[in-house]
Design a protein around this ligand. Structure first.
Ligand code: 13P
Length: 249
């Protein structure tokens, strides 16, 4: 069975003080949240250490990074490596988010290198894929996301594939309030599931304007095992409500 995972991607939001305040409120709700759902938050790098301290002594909420470099160390000004993240107890790293593909030069090739590096250092990669509105309107969605998945997972040994998480995030649905209809998302994610052999047990997340009010509709679909949440993960009460509503139990 794929793991059910709800991960919050905070993007460039929250200082250390704001991170502490979020976690103080969120951790009060966590014991009441459904135990069948794994939870992760991806704060900015600057807040990872503070988040780690706030999360000490509990195992329900894992830490994620929003990106990482593929080399373990070197002359890469501004970058953060997998061993640095592993030292902080980071369990997941998002790679290939569309915002990084758009603004930071992320390519299918670097997504593949990062995916391999994350796995090599015991970090679960959350590989993000998704089409623009232009591609969708031209009927190219499935071909594009399947190509992105194949490129990201190129040369990954079959045994490692079940440790990979894939997030389908249609770019036009990110931060717009225009969520992709659950049936349509499920259909595209069915194509992702079969893009290469070995993904039957991989967790597939939907991302793009997922909110407390629409989470259940996604989770009921067979190919959707969780969510990668932007805006709704910034508020501890909204994020907890979303997780509550995502449980099928
Ligand atoms: P929103 O939930 O704000 O649409 O963001 C989705 C996303 O990009 C998560 O990585």
């Amino acid at each position: 069975m794929p793991t059910t995972l709800i991960a919050g991607n905070w993007k460039m939001h929250k200082t250390i003080a704001e991170t502490r305040a979020f976690l103080a409120a969120f951790l009060e709700r966590v014991p009441h949240l459904p135990a069948d759902i794994a939870i992760a938050i991806a704060p900015p790098f600057t807040a990872l250490s503070a988040a780690r301290e706030a999360l000490a002594g509990q195992t329900r909420v894992a830490l994620a990074a929003q990106t990482m470099h593929w080399e373990p160390s070197g002359a890469y000004t501004g970058e953060i490596s997998a061993p640095m993240l592993a030292e902080l107890g980071v369990r997941y790293a998002i790679v290939g988010h569309s915002e990084r593909r758009m603004y930071c030069g992320e390519t299918d090739r670097t997504v593949n290198l990062k995916t391999q590096a994350a796995l090599a250092h015991g970090i679960t990669p959350i590989v993000a894929v998704g089409e623009s509105l232009e591609v969708r309107e031209a009927g190219g969605t499935d071909a594009l996301v399947v190509a992105q998945v194949r490129a990201a997972l190129h040369d990954i040994p079959p045994d490692d594939l079940q440790r990979v998480v894939i997030a389908y995030e249609p770019i036009w649905a990110i931060g717009t309030g225009l969520n992709c209809d659950a049936a349509q998302a499920d259909r595209v994610m069915g194509s992702i599931r079969t893009a290469i052999p070995g993904l039957a047990e991989a967790s597939l997340l939907y991302g793009g304007s997922m909110k407390p009010g629409n989470a259940a509709a996604y989770m009921e679909r067979p190919n959707i095992n969780g969510g990668l949440i932007g805006g709704a993960s910034l508020d501890p009460y909204a994020f907890a409500d979303l997780i509550q509503n995502a449980s099928l139990v």
